[in-house]
Design a protein around this ligand. Structure first.
Ligand SMILES: [Fe+2]
Length: 304
């Protein structure tokens, strides 16, 4: 039996992965070991702290369900999600900026006719959203699926509510761009919301006295065949929390100027009995490939 010292233990564990068939997997595991060991040595981690970490990660996993992803939330608040996004999108070439997927991309996104009010059951200030998908040269892309999802006027996603199973999706849909690359829908203006604080990630955020808020936004996933999937948000300009996003996801280009309108009709010619807001945004995608993320519930169905 070989006895390892503190200093040569790391090399021994790294070497134990030397026969891993896939070179990328081998590299990832060996680098993970090096980083973990360096952390333990740098912090002189105590047994009590190590046990706390094991318990924290255990509870993080136990909090996950087919429509709740506490690990994505943990990744988000630690900035890991935005760092993975950054290293994978170093070259944008004029394409729309990306940001985190977030933990609420759940459920099947049903193809919905343009103009639909995706928040018809909800109270809130009405908003008309009009978007366009183009390539880097501005050429419109037709037939592109665009998934959208956002929180309600109280800051909750549909999947966080007990009514989700019986009433189905709300403020969540898929549109297919028309011949001019356009899509449009009605909804309510979302507001800032706190990330879920009833799990271990929330415990960490409140214990460390970090604000738990995300500035108001709508999520977009643009999945044009032959182009890189675009995972992004459009933020509501003027949101008071725009500078303190708990997941570090705001980029200047993604902040939209939302217009307050009093016209009696919305851009599609249909009447609006109340004042409304207008969000307009153009999404530019770059050529490439890669699979778009799948909603959690769809993944759970495939895995079953
Ligand atoms: Fe969100």
């Amino acid at each position: 039996m070989t006895q390892f010292s503190e200093t040569d233990l790391t090399a021994a564990v790294v070497d134990s992965f030397k026969d891993t068939p896939n070179p990328r997997v081998k590299f990832l595991l060996q680098e993970l070991v090096k980083s973990l060991h360096a952390y333990v040595q740098k912090t002189d981690l105590t047994f009590e702290e190590w046990e706390f970490a094991i318990d924290f990660l255990t509870r993080t996993g136990q909090k996950c369900t087919p429509i709740r992803q506490e690990f994505i939330l943990l990744s988000d608040v630690l900035g890991v999600s935005m760092l993975v996004d950054a290293v994978n999108h170093r070259e944008r070439e004029g394409a729309t900026e990306t940001t985190v997927l977030g933990p609420f991309y759940v459920g099947e996104h049903q193809v919905t006719p343009h103009g639909t009010d995706v928040s018809a059951r909800l109270s809130g200030e009405k908003m008309f959203v009009q978007g366009r998908v183009t390539d880097l040269s501005g050429k419109p892309l037709a037939g592109v699926p665009v998934d959208i999802w956002h929180a309600d006027d109280d800051g909750f996603y549909d999947s966080q509510k007990p009514t989700y199973a019986t009433e189905g999706p709300s403020s969540r849909a898929r549109f297919i761009t028309d011949a001019d690359g356009r899509f449009f829908f009605r909804t309510i203006k979302p507001c800032s919301y706190p990330i879920p604080v009833d799990g271990p990630v929330g415990e960490m955020i409140s214990y460390t006295k970090r604000p738990a808020l995300r500035p108001a936004h709508i999520h977009f996933l643009v999945a044009a065949p032959g182009y890189e999937p675009l995972v992004t948000h459009v933020f509501i300009g003027g949101d008071p929390n725009i500078d303190c996003d708990v997941v570090f996801g705001v980029k200047d280009e993604l902040i939209a100027n939302i217009e307050k309108r009093t016209d009696p009709v919305m851009p599609d010619g249909k009447p609006s009995p109340t004042p409304w807001h207008l969000m307009t945004y153009e999404f530019r995608v770059r050529p490439g490939g890669g699979a778009a993320p799948k909603p959690l519930a769809a993944k759970a169905t495939e895995d079953a």
